[in-house]
Ligand binder design. Structure first.
Ligand SMILES: Nc1ncnc2c1ncn2[C@@H]1O[C@H](COP(=O)(O)OP(=O)(O)OP(=O)(O)O)[C@@H](O)[C@H]1O
Length: 661
């Protein structure tokens, strides 16, 4: 008696292993995988039944994202992105890895993973037969046959689980390899040609950070999982359908009808669930974004004593998250009434259909057991949409987001991109052409600057020439376009027309008003952005630089020049500006643009900084409205609100107060 009992236990154990594995695979696919944008534009179209799987994003009232227009191509992220477009995008993302420079790796992982997927199906088939013969032996009290199948059970128990575990592991490794490839390729493109900056004007692409850090991970995980699910389901379906059909054809037809009914009902009710899921992602992202803003602006909020207001905002955002979650849970509960009943009936259905022929003695007890096993498998495969519904709709959203991001950063040139997205914006501009001068000089001819992606003109037909040592000061009312002129001269903006001739990028440098302080040591900050000239600067050189910019006290205060810390939170704005001058001197430029770079300095320190530029023979163009700046420049360029301008020689004898007219 103990042997049969042990046999039963081992069988149940093996069966449970297979089902637990399948269940885990399904459960692991979380719905909440990406952070949609805070600023997202929406339009509403009633979702159709057939395209419910391809919903991408939703808004307050269950509406969905409208368009993302980029450069020469306009991508319609319609709420019901059509399946053809979805598969086109998916194929494009897949092809990148499988036909790119790491295709060998991609194909090896595919081979290993699909082989193991096949092995898991074969394992399940093996189990179904073991189960059949085991129960038949039990029912006819054939002890020898029972013992034989007990032995086979034990082997199956030893061989099966490692295969299942290996299958999981290869899936995870394949996904990681793909993610590594995709992230590196996207980062390379994102950080090339200043696209990370231009994206802020041209591409209507929200949260690129999230797309790189989270969407890619979620995409590769889901893609690999879905690939395996579809692959395994296909083999499962073929093999178990044959088994089931050979046992009793009516059973197969019943199963087919039952699964079609289940899929249809789930799709119908699932439409709304999919909308709510997308909306939930959006609410969670808004909440998280607000929390990050509190952290980033902690000091300012504390100064304003804005805790109450922040708490209010955060509570409202969280409340919206909870409210949507409540709706989502209600829908899930209602759908659950159906799906749970649907699944429970599976336990009864095969027996109900096959029982008459069993009682007629046409099949053995083991065959009923195999019927049940095969029925479950085929039903699972046919119910792929029911089981993977949330996964698929969420997956389509990431595919959209990554493909859209890639299409934007893969644009060869971003010139005139705005003209494609809005014909009113294009007007009749050719474009700003940029030439390189061999000497540290600057020539601007008939330059007209337009704010990117708008029709607003800041400066019209501007012409001037900065010769070596003939330093310019640009002044004008706030918002007139001073910084924008520097951005254009530095090549960051190129909307408009005219011609700019500047020294090569290697010999120019731009110092912004708020310096960028990297997380790291003083040394790393001074040598930024270069990574390879750490050896060319001795610690004496760095000390001398710090002394020149009046920051030598930092060495002692911060414990040396190599100690990493968050200097942006430690140094005052004036110290940061002086550190930016040390960085400037370290890069030894010949020509410099200064955008209110001394605004936080006292007059003495300002004088020291400008004398350093003169001492190092650097020609510079500054932006600023402080009268003290006049002493360090030779020519004044005034910009006016209506786009006009005026160039004046600065008379060194009557400078004070002459900046403001
Ligand atoms: N990315 C942008 N998108 C839309 N408008 C912009 C953008 N950047 C600047 N502007 C607008 O262009 C105008 C000129 O901006 P700019 O920063 O050049 O002014 P400014 O003269 O340097 O002002 P301030 O002295 O206050 O720094 C401003 O009205 C500003 O709002």
């Amino acid at each position: 008696m103990t042997l049969p009992a042990f046999g039963c236990c081992s069988f149940l154990l093996v069966k449970k292993t297979v089902f637990t594995h399948k269940k885990l695979c399904t459960e692991r696919k979380s719905v909440f995988f990406s952070k949609p944008p805070l600023r997202q534009r929406y339009c509403y179209r009633k979702p159709s039944f057939s395209s419910a799987l391809f919903l991408v994003a939703s808004s307050e009232d269950g509406t969905l994202s409208s368009k993302e227009s980029v450069g020469r191509r306009t991508i319609l992220n319609s709420p019901l992105t059509d399946p053809r477009s979805f598969f086109r995008k998916l194929f494009y993302l897949v092809a990148l890895f499988w036909s790119g420079k790491e295709k060998r790796k991609a194909w090896i992982w595919t081979f290993v993973t699909t082989s193991l997927a096949l092995a898991t199906t074969l394992y399940a088939v093996l189990l179904s037969f073991i189960q059949r013969f085991f129960w038949s032996a039990l029912s006819v009290k054939d002890y020898q046959r029972f013992q034989r199948f007990m032995g086979i059970y034990l082997v199956a128990v030893l061989v099966g689980p490692p295969v299942l575990v290996l299958f999981d592991w290869t899936k995870a490794r394949m996904s990681l390899a793909w993610r590594q490839f995709l992230t590196n390729s996207i980062l390379e493109k994102y950080l090339s040609d200043k696209k990370f900056y231009k994206l802020t004007f041209y591409g209507d692409v929200d949260n690129p950070d999230q797309r790189v850090a989270e969407d890619i991970r979620s995409f590769t995980d889901r893609a690999v999982n879905l690939m395996c699910v579809v692959f395994v389901a296909f083999f499962d379906l073929v093999v178990f359908s044959v088994i089931l059909f050979r046992i009793y054809p009516p059973l197969y037809w019943t199963l087919l009808a039952y699964s079609i009914f289940g899929t249809a009902v789930t799709l119908y009710f699932g439409r709304n669930l999919s909308l709510l899921n997308s909306k939930q992602l959006s609410k969670e992202a808004d909440f998280r974004f607000a929390l990050v803003r509190v952290r980033e602006n902690a000091e300012t909020i504390a100064f304003y004593r804005g805790e109450g207001r922040e708490l209010n905002t955060l509570s409202k955002l969280f409340e919206a998250t909870v409210m949507n979650m409540v709706k989502l849970l209600r829908y899930q509960r209602n759908l659950g009434f159906f799906t749970t009943g649907y699944r429970y009936l599976i336990n009864l259905l095969p027996s109900m259909v096959a029982a008459p022929i069993y009682f007629q003695g046409k099949i053995e007890l083991g065959t009923i057991s195999q019927t049940y096993f095969s029925f479950n498998h085929v039903l699972n495969d046919l119910s792929l949409i029911v089981n993977e519904f949330f996964s698929l709709s969420a997956f389509s959203a990431v595919v959209n987001r990554i493909e859209n991001f890639l299409s934007v950063i893969e644009e060869k040139t971003w010139d005139n991109v705005s003209s494609a997205s809005d014909s009113k914006v294009s007007q009749s501009f050719s474009k700003i052409s940029v030439g390189i001068l061999p000497s540290p000089e600057l020539r601007v001819e008939h330059l007209t600057i337009r704010v990117p992606n708008t029709t607003r003109i800041l400066v019209r037909h501007l012409s001037f020439q900065v010769m070596r040592g003939n330093n310019y000061l640009i002044c004008g009312e706030s918002g007139v376009g001073k910084s924008s002129l520097l951005r254009t001269l530095a090549g960051l903006w190129n909307d408009g027309e005219g011609k700019i001739s500047i020294p090569s990028p290697e010999s120019t440098f731009l110092v912004p008003q708020k310096p960028y302080i990297v997380l790291g040591s003083i040394l790393e900050n001074i040598l930024y952005p270069k990574m390879d000239n750490f050896d060319t600067f001795s610690s004496q050189d760095i000390s001398r630089l710090l002394e020149e910019v009046n920051l030598s006290h930092l060495i002692e205060r911060l414990g040396g020049i190599n100690i990493s810390m968050d200097l942006s939170n430690i140094l005052s704005l004036g110290e940061q500006q002086r550190l930016a001058f040390a960085r400037l001197l370290a890069s030894k430029p010949k020509f410099v643009f200064l955008d209110e770079s001394t605004s936080a300095l006292d007059e003495d320190n300002e004088r020291i900084m400008y004398s350093l530029l003169k001492k190092h023979n650097i020609t510079f163009v500054s932006v600023g409205n402080r009268s003290s700046l006049l002493s360090y420049h030779e020519v004044l360029l005034r910009l006016f609100e209506d786009g006009t301008w005026k160039v004046e020689n600065i008379s060194k004898t009557s400078q004070v107060g002459s900046l403001h007219q």
